[in-house]
Ligand binder design. Structure first.
Ligand SMILES: Cc1ncc(COP(=O)(O)O)c(C=O)c1O
Length: 407
């Protein structure tokens, strides 16, 4: 059966109750049309409470992610000690995280190679050097073993410890946090958790976005919730959040005239975007449930080529469902063929250590991310994707694939 609409990977979907428009209207009515204001404060608070309350998951005290209004408990009692700064993008948040950790010229930062370029590009913005680490097979995120190998080797080669580690919860799948944390603690190197894809994912009952010393989120139009474009930095104390906001608002010293002792950035989130974010927080639970449902349906219809579904320790939000073909094929051509049938699909990330722009960067590899890139694609998974869409996508995949070989 042919659908008469294009099926996107993950398209933004506003709440049925129109909460986003309500908060935008409030901003217009009160003339808070600026990169600060009540929506920014409330969105940050709602996110902090998401982490606070989701920290109780698995202890029999689960509460909703969809938090509005009840801010009666002071944040300093937050279980996870989470302080959120809303910014213009996840890329900006990663840049701020690096600055807060003191990353500067010629420092080395260990980065997950299998990711979007935004995980590592901010390292270059700081004048520092990314060193890429390959993935492990289970979660596709940074291999803890290779991480330790790389740390030892960088110390031997440069005489200095890498300044930070950037680990990603890619496609929503939590990284192996116990092992990564053990290595980072052993060598006393701070971790930035790039949780751009992983709002609403959990590792051993603890929410993604709370594992790094600092963590980052994305609210781009294609994420599990959106602010049209935007991001957040998740901090563990209020001082760090204040410093992040200082850097994100041009590093203005506290004088009436503009005084600057530090280079600052224009990275704050607008009160209009934050209004969308506030409204989207009311549908976060619903979106997560939908992504998981879509993933489950793909699994039922496609079998074990669908990635995921392992034990409860790795509770992914399945931002995007990904599949690995058993026989190698040209994933680029396959996605173009799907496109002709109205289906947006994309090859898995091309690892950063294979990107021309990073050809001179050191890399510690095991072949896993390269193999994933050559054999996998991601499938439409967002809130607009219906069961009928999934059946049509699976049917089309089968037809295209059997033209070449067997699934
Ligand atoms: C893993 C990862 N990190 C960072 C980003 C960048 O997010 P933003 O577009 O909000 O800067 C993305 C965007 O897709 C991403 O997938």
């Amino acid at each position: 059966m042919k659908t008469n609409h294009r099926i996107h990977l993950c398209l933004a979907k506003m709440s049925d109750t129109g909460m986003e428009q309500k908060y935008i209207q409030e901003a217009f009515d009160s003339n808070w049309v600026a990169p600060l204001g009540p929506n920014v404060d409330a969105f940050e608070e709602a996110l902090a409470r998401h982490f606070d309350r989701s920290g109780m998951k698995g202890n029999g005290a689960e509460k909703s992610h969809s938090i509005e209004g009840d801010f009666s408990t002071p944040l300093r009692f937050a279980r996870n000690d989470v302080y959120v700064a809303a910014v213009s993008s996840c890329t900006a948040a990663i840049h701020l995280a690096l600055l807060l950790l003191g990353v500067g010229k010629d420092d080395e930062v260990l980065c997950q190679s299998f990711s979007f370029c935004a995980s590592s590009n901010p390292v270059v913005y700081c004048g520092a050097k990314p060193v890429f680490i390959d993935s492990e097979e289970e979660t596709w995120n940074m291999s803890p073993e290779l991480l330790e190998t790389a740390i030892k080797d960088r110390i031997a080669k440069t005489g200095r410890k890498p300044k930070a580690i950037i680990v990603v919860d890619l496609y929503g799948m939590p990284a192996k946090w116990d092992e990564i944390t053990a290595v980072s603690r052993k060598y006393d190197i701070p971790v930035i958790e790039d949780a751009a894809n992983a709002l609403g994912s959990y590792y051993k009952g603890k929410p993604c976005g709370t594992f790094g010393d600092l963590a980052t989120l994305s609210f781009n139009g294609n994420k599990i919730i959106t602010t049209s474009g935007g991001g957040a930095l998740v901090c563990k104390d209020l001082e760090t959040k204040k410093r992040a906001i200082f850097l994100a608002t041009q590093a203005k010293e506290p004088y009436l005239h503009y005084e600057h002792e530090t280079i600052g950035y224009n990275y704050r989130m607008s009160n209009i975007s934050a209004g969308i974010g506030r409204g989207q927080m009311t549908v976060l639970d619903k979106h997560i449930a939908h992504h998981k449902h879509v993933h489950q349906l793909y699994t039922e219809l496609l079998g074990d080529i669908v990635k995921g579904n392992f034990n409860n320790d790795f509770d992914s939000n399945f931002w995007l469902t990904t599949i690995l073909f058993k026989q190698p094929l040209d994933t680029e051509v396959f996605c173009l063929d799907l496109d002709k049938s109205g289906i947006e699909a994309r090859p898995l990330w091309k690892p950063m250590h294979l990107q021309p722009v990073y050809k001179d960067a050191p890399a510690y590899t095991n072949g896993i991310s390269e193999k994933l890139y050559k054999t996998g694609i991601c499938l439409p998974s967002g809130p607009w994707v219906t069961d009928e869409d999934v059946r049509y996508i699976v049917e089309t995949i089968h037809t295209l694939y059997t033209q070449n070989s067997q699934l």
